[in-house]
Design a binder for this molecule. Structure first.
Ligand code: AMP
Ligand code: MG
Length: 413
């Protein structure tokens, strides 16, 4: 790992170092609804066919098609109604020619039946029925196996579970799925000046926004977030809080206390361990970064800068890809889209700049407009942004109308 105080490393170098160290979590069986957004670990094969049996697609009358093949409004056909089959009926006897049974949507069609006449084409009779429209052979019968065949591969390893796939898995009777679990992310804020939202501020105090911001971002990335109340700038208190949290953490994310001040609690507490590297990353915002491992289980720890915008952007750039790797999701990195810049911008040479932007998708050319300033304390601006405009290390200014790479913050890749 690079030594503290060495020359800045690039965004890509920092990310590579992280991804090299973070490993996939072991997969296990999880209840179906817990797996939304996670990739399946192995192919899933259907244990049954769908539909499982021939059944009616309509409420109506089960018939022998030939009995009513000539029915019209002028020459309707009378049939005796000899029974009724509801959805869930288990004993269904064969349909005798010249008779009909009432049948409900989803009910098994009786052997011999080769069409269902919908109620709308009848007089809705209960002991005998008048059928005034000839059915097409096989009409309104859902055939066993027409949707899914037993043994079909429903999902291949790596495909992500979504609502539709959950529906499919439930349809074939699968209630648990093997996936890598969601990483448990412990989020810790540091700073003696921090007050829990809802409390009251003394002079010089501010509300702790980072722990909420980062916990929300962790959830959005598919992780489980454990938000911890802020700790003061006392390294002993921070170390104690950290070791208390390690038991439930797959990842720890701290914010604050990693710059060059005199109360840089996170740095002070961790630098002596020798397992966390603190360095500058050539980016703006988010220059001071730290990453390494702590505790008996070598739990990965990200020490993000304290300014809220820096903390958030660092989380999106470095923590999210690591969380994705732990869950087995691909790709690890967000893909960039391109958009036309609406106003000119400037950038600091030698650092990759991430400007907050409002991306507007448009047919024929999406646009992106910088919102808020470059200051990394500007939460108002951040909240109006839905994208980051990425300006490379060699860029110093960009004119309006130029196509620029944009990272969409709300898109799930
Ligand atoms: P630090 O790196 O700890 O010096 O923090 C840099 C700036 O971010 C300071 O202005 C802090 O007050 C602010 N800051 C640090 N942590 C938080 C937090 N959890 N919520 C809001 N602002 C914070
Ligand atoms: Mg601080």
């Amino acid at each position: 790992m690079p030594e503290s105080g060495s020359a800045p490393i690039t965004v890509d170098e920092h990310l590579a170092l992280i991804l090299d160290r973070v490993t996939e979590l072991s997969a296990y069986d999880q209840p179906l609804l817990e797996t939304i957004g996670l990739p399946v670990f192995a192919d899933i094969v259907s244990p049954v066919s769908l539909p499982g049996f021939d059944n009616s697609a309509m409420d109506g009358y089960a018939v022998h098609f030939r009995d009513v093949a000539h029915a019209t409004t002028d020459t309707p056909v009378h049939l005796p109604v000899v029974g009724e089959i509801a959805a869930g009926a288990s004993k269904v006897s064969a349909l005798q020619p010249g008779t009909t049974v009432r049948i409900m949507t989803g009910a098994p069609v009786p052997p011999g039946c080769n069409a269902v006449v919908p109620v709308e084409s009848t007089d809705n009779g209960s002991t005998k029925v008048l059928i005034s429209q000839a059915p097409i052979e096989g009409q309104h019968i859902r055939r066993a196996g027409e949707d899914v065949t037993k043994g079909d591969v429903l999902l291949t390893a790596g495909e992500r579970i979504d609502a539709r796939r959950i529906g499919l898995l439930a349809s074939v009777g699968i209630g648990r799925v093997t996936t890598r679990p969601r990483p448990r992310v412990v989020i810790m804020s540091t700073g003696t000046e921090l007050v829990e939202p809802g409390g009251s501020l003394g002079h010089g105090e501010i509300f702790d926004s980072n722990s909420y911001l980062l916990a929300a971002a962790a959830k959005h990335a598919g992780a489980i977030a454990y938000r911890v109340s802020s700790t003061s700038d006392d390294p002993v208190a921070f170390t104690e809080a950290l070791s208390d949290q390690l038991v439930r953490a797959d990842v720890v994310v701290t914010s604050g206390g990693v710059s060059k001040g005199t109360h840089d609690v996170v740095k002070e507490a961790l630098v002596g361990l020798g397992t966390v590297a603190f360095h500058e990353v050539a980016m703006q915002p988010g220059k001071p970064q730290g990453f390494g491992v702590v505790g008996e289980d070598s739990t990965p720890i990200f020490t993000l800068p304290g300014n809220p915008v820096s903390a958030y952007i660092s989380f999106e750039l470095f923590v999210v890809p690591a969380l994705r790797k732990m869950m087995g999701r691909t790709p690890l990195n967000r893909s960039l889209v391109r958009a036309q810049l609406t106003t000119p911008v400037t950038s600091i040479p030698g650092r990759r700049q991430f400007l907050r932007g409002l991306f507007e998708p448009k047919i024929g050319g999406s646009t992106v407009t910088p919102v808020g300033g470059a200051g990394s304390h500007l939460m108002g601006g951040l909240s109006r942004a839905n994208a980051l405009i990425v300006l490379g290390e060699t860029i110093t200014s960009v004119q309006a109308g130029t196509d620029v790479p944009v990272l969409l913050l709300d898109r799930d890749y």
